[in-house]
Design a protein around this ligand. Structure first.
Ligand SMILES: CC(C)(COP(=O)(O)OP(=O)(O)OC[C@H]1O[C@@H](n2cnc3c(N)ncnc32)[C@H](O)[C@@H]1OP(=O)(O)O)[C@@H](O)C(=O)NCCC(=O)NCCS
Length: 137
């Protein structure tokens, strides 16, 4: 049975194993993941026994804005509604019920998020990437 949790005190090595499946997160380290977890406002995990197989996290001010990051489901478990349940638990979370706007970035998973009610924002996001900036110097 799949269990969901909001606890952050799991072994970050499990998360790094999950990150390895996503090109945008595959180089992340256990040490950085540990620090990230400690500083993240809300963490949602999905477990098959002791195996972490789904993850999502939120950074928020609890009033105006919440951004959702790193939503990922182990390939062995994809297509079983787990990503949807992680997202639904975030969107329905009692601590976030005042939040006016949820925001996320996706390269190619628009169809997944549209099913949850997300729409493309008319505003154009801009980013400042440290790695790219360093190369320009
Ligand atoms: C995207 C992801 C989180 C979805 O999780 P999941 O548990 O497989 O998704 P679900 O089973 O809840 O699927 C929900 C719906 O979205 C659709 N969907 C899932 N993945 C999709 C994809 N890659 N492209 C298009 N639609 C997708 C499913 O077909 C399903 O539709 P249905 O209800 O009509 O059958 C998962 O595929 C994943 O981890 N991908 C790799 C990491 C990644 O790129 N994450 C997104 C970061 S922005």
């Amino acid at each position: 049975m799949i269990m969901f949790s909001e606890r952050k005190d799991f072994d970050p090595a499990q998360l790094v194993r999950l990150y390895a499946h996503a090109p945008w997160a595959s180089g992340r380290t256990v040490q950085d993941a540990r620090e990230m977890l400690a500083n993240t406002d809300l963490v949602l995990t999905a477990w098959d026994g002791k195996r972490l197989m789904g993850f999502g996290r939120v950074l928020t001010d609890y009033v105006y804005r919440a951004s959702i990051w790193d939503v990922i489901v182990d390939p062995d478990y994809q297509g079983q509604d787990i990503g949807t349940q992680i997202m639904q638990r975030i969107l329905d979370h009692p601590d976030l019920k005042q939040v006016e706007l949820f925001w996320l970035c996706t390269r190619d998973k628009q169809a997944f998020y549209e099913k949850l009610g997300f729409s493309a924002n008319e505003q154009t996001g801009m980013v400042w990437a440290r790695a790219k900036h360093a190369k320009l110097k």
